[in-house]
Design a protein around this ligand. Sequence first.
Ligand SMILES: [Zn+2]
Ligand SMILES: [Zn+2]
Ligand SMILES: [Zn+2]
Length: 366
Amino acid sequence: MPVPGQSEERRVHLVGVAPWRQAVDFYYNPDDDLDLDDLGFTFPARWAAGDLFVVVTTDSPSPAVIVVETTHHDSSDPDSYDQYLGPFDHGLSVAAVERRIGTPLPSAPATLDTASGERLIAAISAEEKSPTPWRELDERGCVAHSEPVEPYSRCACCGEWADEAPVLENHVLVDTQELEFFGYGPIVVCLTCHDLLHRPLAPSSDDLMFGFRPLCPRCSAMRTCQVVRGFPAGPPGPGTLLVGCDRSDPVTFEYRCGACEYEWTDDDDGYQPLPAEFDDDVVVRARIAPIPDGVYRPYSRTGEPGRVVIGRYAPRGPGPHSAAWGDAIHHELVGQDGRIYLVDPTTVRSAEPHTWETRQPWTGDI
Ligand SMILES: [Zn+2]
Ligand SMILES: [Zn+2]
Ligand SMILES: [Zn+2]
């Protein structure tokens, strides 16, 4: 249906984008240290002001629309685009759009005739409002080839056991990296993780598994190993470290960073409280402060409130500009990863874990 006020001759172009992960970062990720070096768009040769660009990933496991943009300039002018629909952070399924319009889309770059273009835009709007369930498309054949899952299984991604997540299903792995990581396929996943894995621009199943774990407090690496102590019944599985039981250790590390080898536990009580006064070169541990009311901060795992970070605590008091900035003290922490974090001052502790000597006097206290 034509949009009121829109020229009837507007054309719709398909624009290719790759690599798709960088495209998602480009439109969505607020972090400032992104690697977008390889990001490339393929445009048709000509367009007019007011035309629409449907930006489609060309290298993702299933092709996805990432955004629809428009421009005030024609192809002879410098680039400047406005978002018209989206961006869709997890992608909008091209297969679902093709099912709605009843015909496959040409591969990008391409320019559609006016009628096909309007049908495509209408289908994208409809899909945005009410996405087609992936089970109806079943592009990987997970539904078609489903087999019963053995009892006493757990979700390979979030770790829920069958009794906590009553239904587990098989998820077919198609990516060689995923197959190498898990060493087998299909993997067993819960319904929630299965739905996440079937979003058009989904994380790989190994990335989803690591997504349930905290980032490294020291270097912010995403891939952190879970430490399992003792003698579990089965093999520990990928991303898990099996260590012997050392009962003399007062702190039980839960995680180990695969990148910098830092070991830590999420339990704040495992770390020594700081004296009232301490040198500013003391390495501390703290949790990122909640986002204040009325402040918009797009989602970023690195800056996620509550995340543990370690570094130098450097609170800044109300300075000469306090009238403009309010009287609040800025509880800054200069992270060992080089980033500056605003932390919750009540969570600041020494980054040194308790030893038996330091832990004893505090037992029963606080
Ligand atoms: Zn799960
Ligand atoms: Zn699946
Ligand atoms: Zn690390």
